[in-house]
Structure formats: C-alpha cells, structure tokens
Design a protein around this ligand. Structure first.
Ligand code: PLP
Length: 352
C-alpha cells in the first residue's frame, strides 16, 4: 500500500490528535478484541469498566455508568435515544443551542425526534431566555455544550439543568471535545456541578487515545437500561451499545492514555494548549484580524477567504466556522513552532 497516513505537521483544524505512545501500543495489543462480546473477550470488557470509572472521575460522577462509544456522534445519538424512550409522549422534542454539533441532526433524523435549535448569545453560548421559551411538556432533552466545536464555548450548564427539570426533561452535556480540559478550568460543566443526566466525553479527542474511543456517561444504570436489547446468541444477555462489534483497540488505548495522563499529564497539556491558543490569538490580533477570545484552546478569527485559501494551498489543514472564520484547534500535536511557522506563512502571503 502506497498511501501514507496524514502527518500532523500542518494539521490545525482537527479535533483528533496523535495518540500518546502508550495509547498507540495498547491499541495495537488489543486490535483483535471485541468489547461487544464480553463473554468471549472478558479482558477487554474488564478494561472498559476501568475506562468508565476514570471517565466518571473526570466528569464528576460518583457511581458512573456508560460505555466506550465510537465517538461523540454515537454518544449523542444514544443520549437522545435514552431521552426519547423515557419520554411520555409520541412527539418528543430536543432543545439545543445553534452551537450544537451536527451529530444531533443525525440523531434527530434517525430517532424521529424534533430538534429545536435556539440562538446563542453574543458570546456564542446558549441563550437561556431562548431555551426557556422553547421547552414545553414534550421536551425530552435539553442539550448543553461544554466546549463548542466552532468557538470552544461552555454553555451555562447548571441553568440549562434547571430549565430541563422544570419540564421533566433530561439534561445532556456534550463535552466530547472539552471534557479532558475542563477539569482544569473554573467552568461549571460536570455531573457534580449540575443536574446532568448524560454526557458525551471522548478519549480520542483531547484524551489522546487512538480513534475510535468516544465516551457515553449516564447518571445511573437505569438510564443505560433504556438502551439495552437482548442478545440471544451471545453469552452476555443484553447490549446497550449502538454498534455490535466494537473496537477493543479504542477501549484499551483510552485506558492506557488515561492511566498515564490523568490528571497531571492532562493538566500540563491543557496549560500548553491554552497558552498556544492565546499566543495565536494575540499574533492574529496584532495583524489586525478580529479574533474570538479563546476561552478554551480553540481560536477563531476573521481572515479573508483568499488568505484562507492561500494558506490551505501551502498545506495547512485549517477549517472555517459556519460564518466563515478561520478555526484553529490547539490540540496536543499543535506546537508553538507550528503556529509560528503558520504565522510566518500568513505574513508572507499577506505581503504579496
Ligand atoms: N460533539 C462535539 C462538541 C464535537 O466537537 C464533535 C466532533 O468534533 C462531536 C460531538 C462528534 O464527535 P465524533 O466525530 O467523534 O463522532
């Protein structure tokens, strides 16, 4: 095979990163295992319990329940499935800020749930008044995002929880990207801070595990039971996951990365990434671009389309927000040297 995997040298837009060496090694060792069949592969099933215990600790959940999913998309779909199945209505709706990830569109489509999208405020966070006026007796779930995909914003999670409770709905927090950096900030985002019922938190993003390793956490076992189906031909009796066969590599690499890095390694990485984001924001601002203040390690800035295209032609893997701003995610593989080289190219291109 001639095709090489993508090098991370110029990747500034991805929410995935190079796996930590211990995660890579663990993934390789568990490549041929399937946590979806715990009767046959008990070792990886035991590892998955460790993964959920640590994810629970990170997310402030005392008695965690959940599983290692294929990613944030699956975790979000499953969270909505739980809410839909326990709602006492045939026409349930889910209320989400416009900053929510596009996976919720898929979830709504697949599950036949109405997705009500409400505006965000001037700081790109869920507008609480808009959420309040959108929920009703048929709202099955309110979604809050803790680390939005475009601007890295954290919604007011406790207040969203209160609104959800007021109509008997569940609160889901999408911390798929933010979950591994938020413990080191002052943001109120986790199960301990608010009436959170379900959460997406992905080891394969800021957690530095190999792909695929997402995380679905639920407040209690009975919520996970909503998803369980009987499994007649397996030794285990039921399965709550969306996919059947799953990646043991993802599970093992998540455990290895978290054992190695939680909490000190993740804290150091957060500090590095946040400093890089602030350095980049500053460099862009000094050059006269409008920059969205990076409250988490993600920078958005208003670059002309022609400059953006020229930078992509130079090989920079960058992306744009829905409204066209440059978006740079300061993942663990993004170093200060990379960012300095990026700014160097920007200066050169702008002079031409
Ligand atoms: N939620 C958020 C906040 C995300 O940023 C993403 C992807 O970047 C997802 C969910 C979807 O995750 P995945 O691509 O792992 O399914």
């Amino acid at each position: 095979m001639q095709i090489e995997p993508q090098s991370f040298d110029r990747v500034l837009s991805s929410m995935c990163t190079a796996p930590h060496p211990v995660a890579r090694e663990a993934a390789e060792r568990f490549l041929a295992t399937n946590p979806g069949d715990p009767g046959t592969y008990p070792n990886v099933a035991a590892l998955e319990k460790d993964a959920i215990a640590t994810l629970g600790e990170i997310a402030g959940l005392e008695d965690p329940s959940g599983y290692v999913a294929s990613g944030g998309t699956e975790a979000n779909i499953q969270a909505i499935r739980i809410a839909r199945d326990r709602a006492e209505t045939r026409t349930p709706n889910v209320v989400m800020p416009e900053s929510g990830h596009f996976s919720f569109q898929k979830a709504a489509d697949v599950l036949g749930v109405e997705l009500r999208i409400v505006p965000t405020d001037d700081d790109f966070r869920a507008d609480l008044e808009a959420v309040r006026s959108c929920v009703d007796a048929e709202t099955a779930m309110v979604v809050g995002v803790a680390g939005t995909t475009e601007y890295g914003r954290v919604d007011p999670i406790p207040e969203l929880g209160e609104i959800a409770r007021s109509v008997g709905a569940l609160l889901h927090v999408d911390a798929a990207w933010g979950g591994f950096v938020l413990p080191f900030t002052d943001h109120e985002w986790h199960f301990g801070h608010a009436a959170v019922d379900t959460m997406a938190i992905d080891p394969h993003k800021m957690g530095q595990a190999a792909v695929p390793a997402g995380g679905l956490l639920v407040r209690s076992d009975h919520l996970l039971d909503e998803l369980a189906v009987d499994t007649p031909y397996l030794e285990s009796t039921s399965q709550a996951t969306l996919t059947g066969t799953r990646s043991g590599a993802g599970v093992a690499s998540a455990v290895a990365a978290m054992d190695e890095l939680w909490p000190d390694g993740y804290r150091q990485q957060y500090v590095r990434s946040q400093h890089n984001a602030e350095w980049l924001a500053d460099a862009l601002e000094k050059r006269g671009y409008d920059v969205v203040d990076p409250t988490l390690p993600l920078v958005a800035a208003d670059l002309p389309r022609s400059t953006f295209d020229a930078l992509r032609d130079e090989g920079w893997r960058i992306s744009r927000t829905g409204t066209g701003e440059l978006r740079v995610v300061c993942m663990p593989h993004v170093t200060r040297e990379m960012l300095a080289s990026f700014i160097g190219d920007l200066d050169r291109l702008e002079v031409r």
